[in-house]
Design a protein around this ligand. Structure first.
Ligand code: MN
Length: 464
């Protein structure tokens, strides 16, 4: 039999770490504790690991958490022989090491986030008790090339080739972390190609729609949001009728020609409705289709939605193969999408409050503030003006802001603005140039918005 890791052309420095991890797991007799993040990638990586341990007849206890702080690590009691931390851990590796040494256990960290300023990963041979596997130490692109699920899958394959069937969850985890935008790279792409050559899946570029049927995918599309189609079943069935596509067919049922036709139509439709050309590229994300799991984009977002509503158990059961859990995950995802869509439609109806340089919307739930600001900016309002969403509760105003690459090229830096404008009025803020947030006292929100408006004018005005 061929060696999957070498057929996948995984770089040697990582392969040797996966093999070392495999030996660590295989030689562990006692309980193995798995702690993973609660988002889509965290659930997928944790699910791959638990299934791998089950198949290897290891005793394990797996759970998902929203954060793993130094205090959480210090509070870990013994009772396990090996700790596996996934989608987290590199930033607090020294604390994990200290705890592992104290408890006399060993630990494997599978993470793709920024480590705590170190240039080399921890290794068991350093005497720190940790085998750390993080693509950032191996010059691998850790935003599109590898996530925690990628690492968990490769480690599972190093243990037993039987685990090759979990490859779909490596890609689902990557999609949940948006690593398919614009396409899978490096390790993710190697895995995709390997599974494709085995006949496990086929790759689809250019229709990032999710849903059980083509009709549902269009009606429920939020990101990209498609004006006159999203939330409008009549228009969707009229359009599909014109294109000769049965709304009840699945993406997998469509012939190549029909897929292309639908894709071209949507592309033109979005440009015509004034969508930022940068955002139209969302239509060209990569997804993969499998016989067993359908389109992996839907699978990924269903699992991710389970995490969002605090039901990581259902997401994990999906990975373990429960058809009944898949039904539950589907409903959780559908309810969440409908909630977001209702909010988008009401933002669209109300329109923005236009200040001189920014558009402002009000959002009832602060959890949705970022999502809605992004969708409003990309698909609903002018993309030459940043969107700020404001949600007020309990004396606090929470603000999310979104811009785009074009505006940042002109000089926009929302992180800086959100930070500086909040300082003087007793708030806090910060983030990236293209997306940032702030919290300020509710009674000073007008003052804050004026300051942001003025600062945006100064930044974008400067380089015109
Ligand atoms: Mn991740």
């Amino acid at each position: 039999m061929d060696d999957p890791l070498s057929s996948m052309a995984i770089i040697e420095s990582l392969v040797s770490r996966f093999r070392e991890a495999a030996t660590l797991v295989e030689s562990t007799e006692g309980l193995i504790r798995v702690i993973s993040h609660y988002d889509g990638d965290g659930i997928c990586s944790g699910g791959i690991l638990s299934k791998m341990l089950f198949r290897g007849q290891k005793r394990f206890h797996a759970s998902n958490v929203s954060v793993l702080t130094k205090e959480d690590v210090a509070a870990l009691d013994g009772g396990f022989s090996l700790l596996i931390v996934s989608d987290m851990g590199s930033s607090i590796a020294p604390d994990i090491s200290a705890r592992a040494m104290k408890l006399g256990t060993r630990c494997i960290i599978l993470d793709h986030h920024q480590p705590d300023g170190r240039g080399t990963p921890y290794s068991i041979s350093d005497g720190r008790g940790i085998l750390e596997i993080n693509p950032r130490f191996h010059s691998v692109n850790s935003s599109s090339g590898c996530c925690a699920s990628t690492l968990a899958f490769l480690m599972a394959v190093a243990i037993d080739q039987k685990n090759l069937d979990l490859g779909v969850f490596a890609l689902a985890g990557a999609i949940a972390d948006r690593q398919n935008v614009p396409e899978f790279l490096e390790l993710n792409s190697n895995i995709r190609t390997y599974l494709q050559n085995r006949g496990d899946l086929r790759s689809l570029k250019g229709l990032p729609l999710q849903g059980r049927t083509v009709g549902e995918s269009l009606e429920m599309a939020n990101d990209p949001f498609m004006t006159d189609l999203s939330g409008n079943p009549e228009n969707v069935s009229r359009l599909l009728g014109t294109l000769g596509i049965d709304p009840r067919s699945t993406l997998g049922d469509l012939s190549k020609d029909k897929l292309k036709l639908l894709q071209s139509y949507l592309y033109v439709h979005m440009l015509r409705s004034g969508v930022d050309p940068g955002a139209v590229h969302e239509l060209f994300r990569e997804t993969v289709l499998t016989e067993k799991w359908g389109d992996v984009q839907s699978l990924a977002f269903e699992i991710d939605a389970c995490g969002r509503v605090g039901d990581t158990g259902t997401g994990t059961e999906v990975i373990w193969g429960s058809a009944e859990a898949r039904e539950r995950a589907y409903s959780i995802r559908r309810d969440y999408r409908m909630k977001v869509q209702q909010a988008i439609l009401s933002v669209k109806r109300a329109g923005p409050r236009k200040m001189e340089h920014i558009d402002v919307i009000e959002v009832a739930e602060d959890k949705m503030a970022g999502v809605l600001a992004g969708i409003a900016h990309n698909y609903l309002f002018s993309h030459s003006r940043p969107v700020l969403s404001v949600s007020i509760s309990g004396g606090e105003a929470k603000i999310s802001s979104r811009g785009n690459r074009g505006l940042c090229k002109k000089g926009l830096n929302l992180g800086k603005i959100m930070n500086e404008s909040s300082k003087g009025i007793g708030g806090t803020g910060g983030g990236h140039d293209v997306a940032a947030g702030a919290t300020v006292p509710a009674d000073r929100i007008e003052e804050y918005l004026s300051a942001v408006d003025k600062a945006v004018g100064e930044q974008i005005g400067r380089k015109k």
